[in-house]
Design a protein around this ligand. Structure first.
Ligand code: SF4
Length: 331
């Protein structure tokens, strides 16, 4: 696919036409099924200082936490009991004890037989290899923006190339890699979204998440404006067309800016993944990447999938069971 084609789709094609095109590709490539990944945010510790993120190490106002192995396994177990098809273990980027996390991965794999996805930032190759051996199959590492100058400005002390190199190292270790980027970052030229899509396509990532930028008040970008929901939906549709093989989530950030219909509209735009949270209460509110983060819960996920006319693997659950599952995760 040429740059000009992506640019035309993104900025010129009327929305009903673009959405219809994406829906046809989705149906052909992925059918009606929506994958539901259970997200466990096991720590908000982070050594980096990304200028947009509330977890940045320099944010001294954030209450920090790290779950115990038992707490992670319990949250994963509750998630699996609801019918999620994958457990996603996510944290800020810090010096995780490789063996500690490997034991968790191994326990989830052997007890529940569901795939484990990791999202724990840039780590030594030896740790990546150990976690792969323990049974992790996928790794999410967003490139955030393909604009090299903007990447360097937003990530003090880091550059885009090391991010890309890290994704390549993960692919070499046979992880199914996922990337992603933000829409509406302060200083982002709209045309660079075309480059974001091209980069994800060139890397042939198995997953790509695109969500709107949302400010967090205790960061240097805390007073900036959020990204646009309309443009995020357009990006999702173009991603579906340009990366027909990829799993594409309707992100929590989308659900935060449009609580009523963000997830459903994301699915209708071409997404095929939702990620409800199973981080226990008392901790999840401290995973504050941005402000007013909407908690994507089970009931909301089921409602969004059904409203979009799609199918899922979740067990039939009324509101009472959803509340019960969440209470168990928090107990
Ligand atoms: S974006 Fe990730 S690496 Fe950057 S500060 Fe936030 S949690 Fe840390």
């Amino acid at each position: 696919m040429r740059r000009s084609e992506i640019s035309t789709l993104l900025f010129e094609t009327p929305w009903p036409e673009l959405r219809h095109y994406a829906a046809r590709v989705l149906e052909r490539e992925k059918g009606s099924h929506v994958f539901v990944r259970g997200l466990v945010e096991f720590s908000n510790l982070c050594r980096r200082n990304c200028r947009y993120c509330g977890l940045r190490g320099g944010n001294s106002s954030l209450v920090r936490y790290a779950l115990s192995q038992a707490q992670v396994l319990k949250a994963a177990s509750v998630a699996v009991d609801t019918g999620v098809d994958t457990i996603v273990l996510q944290s800020g980027e810090y010096a995780i004890d490789p063996l500690w996390l490997a034991q968790i991965i191994d326990a989830i794999r052997s007890t529940h037989r569901v795939p484990v996805t990791l999202s724990v930032g840039e780590q030594p190759d030896a740790a990546y290899a150990l976690w792969k051996e323990a049974g992790a199959v996928r790794f999410l590492l967003k490139h955030e923006t393909s604009d090299r100058r903007l990447y360097a400005a937003l990530h003090p002390g880091h550059n885009l190339q090391e991010r890309i190199d890290c994704l390549k190292r993960l692919a070499k270790l046979k992880y199914e890699c996922g990337s992603g980027f933000m829409i509406g970052l302060p200083g982002q030229h709209p045309e660079s979204l075309v480059d974001d899509i091209l980069l994800a396509r060139r890397l042939r990532v198995g997953m790509c998440g695109a969500g709107p930028f949302i400010p967090q008040e205790n960061t240097p970008l805390g007073r900036s404006e959020s990204g646009s929901v309309a443009m995020t939906l357009r990006v999702l549709a173009v991603l579906r067309i340009a990366l027909p093989w990829a799993n594409i989530p309707a992100t929590t950030a989308l659900a935060t800016l449009d609580a009523a219909s963000g997830q459903r509209e994301g699915l209708l735009a071409g997404a095929n993944v939702l990620m409800p949270g199973f981080t226990p209460a008392g901790f999840r509110e401290h995973y504050r990447i941005y402000d007013n983060k909407n908690r994507v819960d089970l009931a909301g996920v089921q409602a969004a999938i059904e409203a979009a006319g799609r199918t899922h693997s979740l067990k039939p659950m009324g509101n009472t069971q959803c509340v019960l599952a969440e209470a168990l995760a928090s107990a």
